[in-house]
Design a protein around this ligand. Structure first.
Ligand code: ADP
Ligand code: ZN
Ligand code: ZN
Length: 736
């Protein structure tokens, strides 16, 4: 027998199938093996078995070891690999690596086995007086404990804490107790307390209609459009319950930062041990065990961030993507993939349902729903008829004209005071971390920049350092300008660190928490901040978009949005959409329970149309406006944008690769000019990151230009060059 092996080395040259002699091992498709490769030994995935090979007998090498006892890649996942290879132009090994926990490679994580003591079968129902001496109390106690309290056995380490070790030894020697190796699962969040009051929720009519519609279908895609606080999660939970009752399985995806203790508890309460949590915050061992629960079928529900779409569950009945518009569903790291495309594929092969949920669907998804490609379900009101919060748009230019140069408008400051003195809580949102976003000389205009990246540095006060948010490099803060020697150094846009500081001074007795990438770096910090805020240990929570999602704090009555325009002025066709989404999501944190909510939105462009729709919570109005613009200007969903990004430390060499690709794309344009709306190459807006020069080709194609799209991806493949990174993306989430 011969095994077809994909070598676990990520390089285009090695992305082939290599044949190995099975060497007498019992190998199955989907197992990993250790094989000689060149002069080394490496791991590989067995993707097939066959009786003959074209490799001459003197050349063929044999498998050295088998690394798995059972297949770890299912047939469905192999098919998915082929699909992703074809559609997304990825290497097989890069795809296979997505399918398993990273630490499995190189054997860095294994099942945790512990010695387990079990009463031998033949001693179970016998009269213990026959084999336990009268007076051997310790033995008698042990026997009773293992037969009555622990009929499935108990770990030796636990047992010897409470029972006599010599009695156990005696039993083991006489064969009364068998000592076996048993797997001990590492359970993440095992200290998570159960919810106190799992009140029976009665679905609203709209929720019920949505559930019925989904549960009575198969193989369909839905958009569940529900305002913030409309009870989408409850709909998801019911659909999953229904799916499990049919003997099928479910995947539920949420953005990484929405995977809050609250969400986990919800799922544990409903599905107990049948839910596997796949989350980057888990330890390697926990991650491995949760993943294996999916593979073995013990888990029926996988809950996690984007990579949970690869959970090895069989017989999927439903896939849910919550906050479907969220950017975290597009993998920005290699290998680049779009989660919804993978979900759509798995939905189809399993004849499952796919539910996309959001309060602010992406324009593309809503368009698909409008065109009838997917089914639109709506939750128009908050549960219990709670009103959406009142949104007040405050003109910050006017504040400045009136002499208020603070970061807070008078109105926001007054509302904060009132909120705190009423004993309620507030959230203050600013999508910029650090203390001050750039440090500039007032005399000559010098701006402190990173040496390795083409970006300005951010001052972090706690560390008293200038930090690069692209590469993490730290620099000494400036006391004078390195160009002109002036001491007039100005701080630029403020960040969350400064806001938290100012608020702490304004409200010395209130407690101010901050949540951003800096304050949540350590494991568990994220959960702790949310826990403390939930327990009302602080009145004010300041944060970046991390606080925008999924949180349900009943006492939050006020939300302040400090610089709403931040995302508006980015040169990207999606910048208005993003601003709408972000501000609506943040606003939705206010007034979720019995107390009404208020939102103060501070902007320098109060008359921008987007704020009108945010103010009235009018998604549909916003959609109509935006879709018309997209149609007229020919942007997605009325066109496809393909970006080819080339980067490398060798500027010339990278430019050479870019030029080669551009020539090939140019030839495509020559042959099919009607498919191209736009084509150009240029330096990327961020010209350098981590010493690598960045440049790009931008192509805008008609929506039907699938062949051209594929042709561009192929051109990138053909021009791969050592030392140069190059890739293509369709409708990229960032154009920087
Ligand atoms: P969304 O995800 O749409 O923003 P959630 O699912 O978080 O909203 O629901 C908001 C709150 O309303 C949650 O605390 C949830 O338990 C509660 N809830 C959901 N459905 C109902 C219902 N039918 N009756 C009462 N409370 C509900
Ligand atoms: Zn200067
Ligand atoms: Zn840098």
């Amino acid at each position: 027998m011969y095994a077809e092996v994909i070598i676990d080395i990520a390089a285009a040259e090695v992305d082939r199938i290599f044949d190995y002699d099975c060497g007498g091992f019992d190998i199955k498709r989907g197992m990993r093996v250790s094989v000689p490769f060149g002069r080394m030994r490496t791991e590989g995935f067995v993707i097939g078995l066959k009786d003959t090979t074209d490799v001459p007998p003197e050349k063929i090498k044999a498998v050295s070891a088998v690394l798995d006892r059972a297949p770890i890649i299912t047939d469905e996942m192999f098919d998915l690999m082929e699909y992703m290879r074809r559609k997304m132009h990825l290497l097989r090994v890069d795809i296979l690596r997505l399918f398993i926990p990273a630490a499995m490679r190189g054997g860095r994580v294994k099942e945790l086995t512990r010695r387990l003591a079990v009463i031998a079968e033949e001693y179970r129902d016998r009269d213990p007086d026959e084999f336990i001496r009268k007076g051997a109390l310790a033995q008698r106690e042990l026997y009773d404990y293992l037969t009555c309290d622990k009929p499935d056995g108990e770990y030796v380490s636990e047992l010897t804490k409470i029972m006599s070790a010599s009695a156990l030894r005696n039993f083991a020697e006489r064969g009364i107790v068998r000592i076996v190796d048993a797997e001990k699962r590492r359970v993440p969040y095992s200290d998570l307390p159960a919810s106190e009051n799992v009140a029976q929720i009665v679905l609203t009519d709209e929720q019920k209609r949505a559930c019925d519609e989904i549960c009575s279908s198969a193989g369909k895609t839905f958009l569940l459009h529900g305002v913030t606080g409309s009870g989408k999660t409850e709909v998801y939970l019911r659909c999953i319950r229904h799916t499990l009752d049919l003997g099928k399985t479910a995947i539920m995806l949420v953005p990484e930062i929405s995977l809050t203790p609250q969400m986990l508890r919800n799922f544990r309460d409903r599905f107990g041990d049948e839910v596997a949590i796949l989350h980057s915050g888990l330890g390697q061992g926990e991650k491995f065990d949760e993943w294996r629960k999916c593979l073995t079928g013990e888990a029926k529900v996988a809950l996690g961030a984007r990579s949970a779409i690869f959970a090895p569950l069989k017989n999927l009945g439903v896939i849910i993507i919550d906050e479907e518009h969220d950017q975290s569903y597009v993998s920005e790291r290699k290998p680049r993939y779009v989660t919804s495309a993978v979900a759509e594929w798995r939905k189809t092969v399993n004849n499952a349902n796919l539910v996309l949920g959001s309060a602010t669907p992406s324009i593309e998804t809503y368009y698909a729903a409008k065109c009838g490609k997917i089914k639109l379900l709506e939750l128009t009101g908050r549960v219990n008829g709670r009103p959406l919060p009142e949104v007040r748009v405050v003109d910050m230019c006017r504040e400045i004209r009136r002499g208020n140069r603070s970061i807070f408008s008078d109105e926001l400051r007054d509302e904060l005071k009132k909120c705190v003195s009423d004993g309620n809580q507030a959230m203050v949102f600013l999508n910029r971390r650090g203390y001050a976003s750039y440090v500039m000389c007032r005399v000559c205009g010098f701006v402190a920049k990173c040496e390795r990246c083409d970006v300005s540095l951010v001052y972090h006060k706690e560390e008293n350092r200038l930090k690069c948010h692209y590469c993490g490099n730290l620099y000494e803060p400036l006391s004078e300008c390195p160009e002109c020697g002036s001491k007039f150094i100005k701080e630029g846009y403020i960040g969350t660190e400064k806001v938290a500081g100012v608020l702490a001074e304004m409200f010395p007795s209130s407690g101010v928490l901050r949540m951003d990438n800096d304050s949540t770096r350590t494991k568990g910090a994220h959960a702790k901040i949310l826990g403390d805020f939930g327990a009302k240990k602080a009145d004010i929570l300041v944060g970046t978009q991390m606080i925008a999602k999924g949180h349900d704090f009943p006492d939050v009555t006020l939300v302040g949005i400090l610089d709403a325009d931040m995302s508006l002025h980015i040169a990207d066709y999606r910048s208005v959409e993003r601003t709408f989404q972000l501000t609506t999501q943040v606003a939705g944190r206010a007034g979720r329970a019995s107390l009404p909510g208020k939102v103060i939105l501070q902007t320098y462009t109060p008359h921008h149309y987007v704020y009108n729709y945010v103010r009235t919570g009018d998604y549909k109005g916003f959609y109509e406006k935006e879709i018309n613009l997209r149609e007229v200007t020919k942007y997605p969903p009325f066109a496809k944008i393909i970006r080819v990004l080339v980067s490398g430390t060798d500027d010339k060499k990278a430019s050479g690769v870019l030029k080669n690709i551009y020539e090939k794309v140019g030839a495509l344009k020559e042959a099919h000019p009607e498919k191209f709306i736009y084509l150009a190459y240029m330096r990327s807006p961020v010209k350098k990151i981590m010493d690598e020069f960045r440049m790009q080709i931008l192509a805008r194609l008609t929506v039907d230009a699938n062949d051209i799209e594929d042709g561009i991806y192929t051109a990138v493949d053909e021009c791969k060059t050592q030392g140069i990174t190059s890739y293509a993306e369709t409708n990229p989430i960032k154009l920087s």
